[in-house]
Design a protein around this ligand. Structure first.
Ligand code: ARG
Length: 459
């Protein structure tokens, strides 16, 4: 069945049909298409195009179609152009000629916008739920080791000591922003396009606000041409998904490193790692590697849709059908990765002594010493030089911070007063960083509490 054809003398070539058919993937929108079509039928009834009884028959038939479609076999052998055509054919099978009225003044251009919005609105909620789950797992992992110390890195070189919860809270912030971004995407998706027609606005007196209420939309779109041309809401979602995947990918990269023999800080659960078919000793972080790998595909989906939209003349062009596969793929990958990351986080065991020793053995306290000198009146540049010289001397003679004490420091340079020796211990320097957002133990405890409260409000 075709929703057009009157103007044609012969049908489409088999090659073109195969080439342009989207049912194989846009059938995923069937539920949305049915819900949207039911609301449209009710609107047609309000506009006097359908009688109340006709509308009821159509709505009931749609319910039956949605129920039947739960069985994948329902689509077996269907060669309809797209999901919208498929659904109307099924309606026709159930209500006969009455089905010919359902598309009164409606265009698939607005219909596909509506369906995608209905589907995507739920996906935004789903991503936000999964993000909240991961954020909770990070807070739980922080709470398991509230006092653990790790070296923080810049350039992947040991930089300054930080608390393990402080490190995890950095990711909490990233995911909190992702949560907001999915919320923004949802807000722009949550606008009802029906009544726009193909591009010029419907010729029938729909109460568009009533359709919006019926489908739970927050607002109606303001321009019919914009409706046919617009996929910004999909791009917003894809950007939110891509950014979340970047964050997941960086977390994955960290934990792949931290769980390596070289770092040896953490153990990933058996349940999220794989062995080797040849090397019996291997325990590989495949779950994290796959998250890192999938992040590229989601960024690809964003790029793909941007390039599809770029240069399209107003308004609808069939190119726009190519929005679906990137959207569906991105949704599957971001949802899967968020869930996987949560399960990995739940499995992590931190070997506290290893990063603590890494912090003790390296010169991550050099900044603390320089700042102590500066607080005591040495200009910071001179203080930096002095601490740098101390590190150089120590590197030459193979000394660690713990090999120094108040006397030997004072002997090295008189600017080092006895009380400064305590900064040889990384825990002491951290106490000077009680500034909001810093790694001071009290600041971190407060940040953790606040994070719990923020999370509770999200869910
Ligand atoms: N399958 C089409 C899509 O996904 C639906 C809209 C078709 N509109 C049209 N004018 N051919 O974009």
């Amino acid at each position: 069945m075709k929703l057009w054809g009157g103007r044609f003398e012969s049908g489409p070539s088999e090659v073109f049909e195969r080439f342009s058919n989207s049912l194989a993937f846009d059938r995923r929108l069937l539920d949305a298409d049915v819900r949207g079509s039911q609301a449209f039928a009710r609107s047609l009834a309000r506009a006097g195009v359908l009688t109340g009884e006709e509308c009821e028959r159509i709505v009931a038939a749609f319910d039956a179609i949605a129920a039947d479609a739960k069985n994948p076999a329902y689509f077996g052998g269907a060669d309809d152009e797209d999901v919208h055509t498929f659904v109307i054919r099924k309606l026709k099978e159930r209500v006969g000629g009455l089905a010919d009225k359902i598309h009164t003044g409606r265009s698939r251009n607005e219909q596909v916008s509506l369906d995608t919005r209905l589907w995507l609105r739920d996906e935004c909620d789903r991503a936000r739920e999964l993000l909240a789950g991961l954020m909770r797992a990070l807070l739980d992992l922080a709470a398991k080791y509230p006092n653990a110390i790790i070296p923080g890195y810049t350039h992947l070189r040991r930089a300054q000591p930080v608390l393990w919860p402080h490190y995890l809270l950095a990711y909490f912030e990233m995911f909190a922003r992702d949560h907001e971004r999915f919320g923004d995407a949802r807000r722009r998706t949550d606008v009802m396009p029906l009544g726009s027609g193909a591009l010029a606005g419907s010729g029938f007196p729909h109460d568009r606000e009533a359709i919006a209420r019926d489908l739970g939309f927050a607002a109606i779109t303001r321009n019919s041409m914009d409706v046919s041309a617009d996929r910004d809401f999909a791009l917003d979602y894809l950007y939110a998904a891509s950014t979340a995947m970047l964050h997941l990918s960086r977390l994955a990269e960290d934990w792949i490193l931290y769980s390596s023999e070289e770092f040896g800080w953490m153990e990933l659960g058996d349940g999220v790692t794989s062995g080797s078919s040849l090397m019996p000793q291997k325990k590989n972080p495949d779950s994290l590697e796959l998250i890192r790998g999938k992040s590229g595909r989601v960024a690809g989906a964003l790029t793909s849709l941007m390039f599809t939209i770029k240069g399209l003349p107003m308004t609808y062009n069939r190119d726009m059908q190519e929005d679906k596969r990137p959207l569906f793929e991105a949704a599957d990958e971001v949802n899967g990765s968020l869930e996987m990351a949560r399960v990995v986080a739940e499995s992590v065991v931190l070997r506290e002594s290893v990063p603590a020793a890494a912090a003790d053995e390296s010169w991550v306290i050099a900044t603390d010493l320089a700042e102590a000198l500066a607080r005591n009146g040495t200009a910071f540049h001179q203080a930096h030089q002095l601490a740098g010289k101390l590190v150089l001397e120590s590197v030459r003679s193979g000394k660690k911070p713990g090999d120094w004490n108040a006397e030997s420091l004072a002997a090295f340079a008189p600017e080092f007063t006895p009380d400064m020796a305590r900064y040889l211990d990384p825990r002491e320097g951290m106490k000077t960083r009680e500034i909001a957002g810093g790694t001071g133990p009290r600041a971190v405890a407060t940040a953790l509490e606040e994070a719990r409260a923020r999370l509770a409000k999200l869910t």
